[in-house]
Design a protein around this ligand. Structure first.
Ligand SMILES: *Cc1c(COP(=O)(O)O)cnc(C)c1O
Length: 939
């Protein structure tokens, strides 16, 4: 017996199924279909120059060899990344559990109550520990959270001037990200040593690190007061573990807190992914960027969670959006929140106390060593040692003992303790500094004035799940509330919810990938750097570009990085005035938001009746802005799921006017192996590795959004935040979310050139199959060549809504009763559903979906004919919960069986949503973004 090809496991429909699908669509072969669908001008007919497909076993062996070239040392570098014990129950039942990692962003709240509750725990944890009132869930890392805090401060501050003051004792990578994000917005980042330098006369905001990067814990109260007197807002970048012992930022008057939750059980992963956090005081919650979970109520008046307020703000506000963040770090936020649930307030306090005592012991010992001075008396976990002229030698000696310390400068060494630091580590560190003499006295060093006094994490959720049994069951209960890919298909257009293979996932939790500090010495990270280099090379081959950077940790960040490259390119050529970015009206909301963040002015280009970019309008807009044209940003295939024939002409027109072409590569699943954006006229793209290349969505993150460019833009790609060059830093770590790069690496390696091409062909076939089956029941809005769609199709509900009052919402919620996750709603066209089946769904599942949609169409007709009243029918009341169907009263004009078990639903495998339809507006009017008291759920 031969081992089956991985591609045959990844691709759902087998050869026989594909033949049946082709018959329905009307083509003989997938190649015929692709020839018909893809415009000649962009078609690429070569074979991808990638290694031939390897089996799952071979790839695991290869990755073991890559991992073996990484060295897991004891990390005492600190700087925002710390060793941590991931509780095994959380590792196995969250990080490694597809019920959590294959879920989508909780836009459909009725099927997302589990992860929404987990995120509410996260928000409650952050607000409690920071002493502020509202926290979001979540940010991409500490650096970008600090950058969002900076722009929030600018929006909210009444002070004039463009100066943002940053304390010199801030993490250096944070300063690099702030500088990148400030420059295009005309903000001046002024780094000051606030121990010695005064605040300037005019500034709109102040950033403080707490504890400082050097380890020092300072009383910031006076600075906060001075900043407020000047009309400025204050951000405190705080370490949440330290805050279990220290006075929280909210108590000293901070307006904003930002930071990372990495050390709450999330492995360092050579830089990511981890959840950043952002919290604000009362009065600023409506200005908070990113995703905010809130409590609302369902149709039965029961409490229910959903995303609140500005959650889709880029889509609603576009170029007026205040941030481009879309995919966040949900899976990691769930882990960090669960770490707090598992340990509880007492557990966290005792972890922090142990860490602090280790650091205190370390300092006490060092003070007895000849020639060593401990610089700061007050610290939490990090000791700064002064050893004039000897720092490099000390760091090298520690490295030989398997311990990484931080080389601050020629005279200073930083040593950070964390929950994994042992007494043995401490004595090894002593030895590399010299001889400890006498008995070091090690008391804690935190003066009473800086100590936290109030209680925190008082909600019962943080006090009820401390045994492993209780924790296991809590995780299972929440996971059971949710619908993820482990239950059935998630046909979300633009999101590419394909298989996240177990073999791709397994290496993520290997210690050689999980436990590396991003600033570890290069000789310890050879495996990682090889992995990144080969992945970047393969992605360049797939896209036809010359250079790739994996640093951006979401698609939105790739957009920003790409646009910054365009901006820098124009500036280097003296074209500082080129600042107009053309964006079609159908674009994803992040495009416009990113353009504004890159200092550009957005000019919208219309679409024609076929949904294509209106080339006549493009001509007009180019003419009007010819001298100032910086770029056009288009998605290909378009967000309408169509291969537009005009793409090559579009690229030529923009180039002729001196502009650059940005192709949003989120839809690359329709191109891989058949067309290359870098070859058909584009200059830069970002890719979404969490779409096309199998990183799971994690319930709303992590993601990786590499930016790919042609050679002329390569000098402007992101650089090392600690590199000291003038390359931009769009993430805090050089390789962004490096810890999940083994996933796309394994995918590419196991598919090989042929498998990748087959995946694309099958994805396009599946979308056209769904379109062909549903066209008679719902109009398919747009199509390209020969009436074909690309990898997704838009079903137009608007005529039905007009005739019957049944809305896209009703259909989306009714699909839950049928056991499905809804397609993308009202993007890119309001009142429509966009279906992307991907190559991974087999024919049985595709048919189950089509049958459900057809059955729903018949239900709509019964509403339309008046048989069922408009306000009381299976669609209007969907989704139906078990409590509703099993209740003693039933007064609806259709039977319970129609409510719960419509055609095609397997009664034994029924998915029951835990809540009825949620009233989002109610929650926005009555904003509650922390865990509600348990009484709220009492009957
Ligand atoms: C998903 C998507 C994005 C944004 O990517 P994130 O990773 O969510 O930031 C941008 N453009 C398009 C077309 C997308 O589908």
């Amino acid at each position: 017996m031969t081992t089956p090809r991985f591609a045959d496991r990844h691709i759902g429909p087998d050869a026989a199924a594909q033949r049946r699908m082709l018959e329905t669509v009307g083509y003989d072969t997938v190649d015929d279909l692709m020839d018909a669908a893809i415009p000649e001008v962009i078609r690429w007919t070569g074979t991808l120059d990638l290694p031939p497909a390897a089996t799952e076993d071979e790839v695991i062996a290869e990755l073991r060899a890559v991992a073996a070239r990484n060295t897991v040392a004891v990390s005492m570098i600190g700087l925002g990344y710390h060793g941590t014990h991931t509780p095994a129950v959380i590792r196995r039942n969250v990080l490694e559990d597809p019920a959590w990692y294959t879920a989508y962003t909780p836009y459909q709240p009725e099927i997302s109550q589990g992860r929404l509750e987990a995120l509410l725990n996260f928000q409650t944890m952050v607000t409690d520990l920071t002493g502020l009132t509202t926290a979001n869930a979540s940010m991409l890392d500490e650096g970008t959270a600090a950058a969002e805090a900076m722009t929030l401060a600018r929006r909210a501050s009444k002070a004039t001037g463009d100066v943002y003051v940053v304390d010199a004792d801030t993490l250096p990578q944070t300063i690099a990200v702030l500088a990148t994000r400030a420059e295009p917005l005309g903000i001046e980042v002024r780094v000051l040593d606030l121990d010695t330098e005064p605040l300037p006369d005019r500034f709109f905001g102040l950033h403080l690190q707490y504890p400082g990067a050097s380890g020092a814990v300072r009383d910031h109260a006076a600075l906060v007061e001075a900043a407020h007197a000047a009309g400025a807002l204050v951000t405190v970048a705080a370490d949440l573990l330290a805050l279990t012992l220290l006075r929280p930022p909210g108590e000293i008057g901070a307006d904003i807190a930002a930071g990372t939750t990495q050390r709450f059980g999330v492995p360092m992963g050579f830089g990511g992914p981890h959840a950043g956090y952002l919290a604000v005081r009362a009065g600023l919650e409506r200005m908070l960027p990113g995703r905010l979970v809130g409590v609302s109520r369902d149709a039965a008046g029961e409490p229910a969670y959903r995303l609140a307020l500005q959650t889709r703000e880029q889509h609603i506000r576009r170029e007026k959006a205040t941030s481009n963040i879309c995919t966040a770090q949900v899976l990691l936020a769930v882990m960090a929140g669960m770490y707090a649930v598992y340990h509880g307030p007492d557990g966290l306090r005792s972890i922090a106390t142990r860490v602090h005592q280790r650091a205190a012991a370390l300092a006490a010992g060092l003070r007895t060593v000849d020639g060593v001075e401990v610089v700061h008396d007050v610290f939490f976990d990090t000791v700064l040692a002064r050893v004039p002229g000897r720092a490099a030698e000390v760091v090298a000696a520690a490295e030989r003992q398997g311990i990484n310390l931080r080389l601050v400068d020629a005279d200073h060494v930083g040593i950070s303790c964390d929950e994994t630091t042992t007494a043995e580590h401490v004595s090894t560190v002593w030895q590399v500094f010299g001889d400890v003499t006498g008995e070091p006295a090690s008391a804690g060093t935190l003066p009473p004035a800086l100590r936290r006094t109030g209680d925190f994490l008082t909600h019962p959720v943080f006090r009820s799940h401390h045994s492993e049994t209780a924790m296991l069951r809590y995780l299972r209960r929440l996971a059971d509330f949710d619908y993820a890919l482990d239950r059935g298909m998630i046909p979300l257009g633009s999101c590419t919810m394909k298989l996240n293979a177990t073999t791709e996932m397994e290496p993520v939790s290997w210690p050689e990938f999980a436990n590396l500090h991003p600033f570890a010495p290069a000789n310890q990270t050879a495996g990682y750097r090889d992995l990144v280099a080969s992945l970047e090379g393969w992605l360049a081959e797939v896209t036809g570009y010359d250079a790739v950077s994996v640093q951006p940790n979401a698609g939105s960040q790739g957009e920003l990085a790409g646009l910054l490259a365009i901006r820098a390119y124009h500036r280097d050529r003296g074209d500082t005035h080129r600042d107009v970015c053309l964006i079609p009206s159908s674009a994803h909301g992040t495009n416009a938001a990113s353009a504004v963040m890159a200092g550009m002015r957005v000019v919208v280009v219309g679409c024609d009746v076929d949904g294509d970019v209106d080339l006549a309008d493009l001509d007009r807009k180019i003419e009007a802005h010819r001298d100032n044209l910086a770029a056009i940003m288009v998605t290909y295939p378009s967000t309408h799921g169509v291969y537009e024939g005009g793409i090559a002409a579009l690229c030529a027109k923009v180039h002729d006017a001196g502009g650059q072409v940005y192709v949003d590569g989120a839809n690359l699943n329709a191109l891989v192996g058949f067309a290359k954006p870098g070859r058909f006229g584009a200059d830069v793209s970002h890719l979404n590795l969490h779409k096309t290349f199998c990183i799971p969505h994690g319930g709303g993150g992590p993601g990786v959004g590499p930016v790919a460019v042609r050679a002329h833009l390569a000098p402007y790609l992101p650089g090392d935040p600690l590199g000291g060059d003038d390359r931009p830093a769009v993430s805090a770590a050089h390789y962004g979310s490096a810890g999940i790069l083994p996933i796309p690496w394994a995918y590419l390696r196991m598919m090989g050139p042929d498998g990748l091409r087959q995946a694309t062909g099958t994805a396009v076939l599946a979308a056209n199959y769904v379109a062909a089956r549903l066209r008679g029941h719902y109009p398919v809005l747009y199509a390209g060549n020969k009436g074909l769609v690309a990898h997704e199709c838009i079903l137009d509900l608007r005529p039905l809504t007009k005739a019957t009052g049944v809305s896209v919402d009703d259909v989306a919620k009714r699909l839950i009763d049928y056991g499905f996750h809804a397609p993308t709603m009202s993007f890119p066209v309001a009142g429509t559903l966009m279906v992307e089946p991907t190559e991974s769904e087999d024919l049985t599942e595709l048919d189950r979906f089509c049958d459900a949609m057809i059955a729903i169409r018949a239900e709509i007709d019964r509403v339309g004919s008046g048989e069922w009243p408009k306000g009381d029918n299976p669609l209007a009341n969907a989704p139906h919960t078990a409590a509703m169907v099993g209740g003693d009263d039933w007064a609806h004009p259709y039977p319970r069986s129609v409510a719960a078990y419509p055609a095609g639903v397997d009664r034994r495998a029924k998915y029951w949503p835990p809540v009825r339809r949620i009233d989002g507006a109610y929650g926005d009017r009555n904003l509650v973004c922390a865990c509600p008291p348990p009484e709220a759920f009492a009957d």
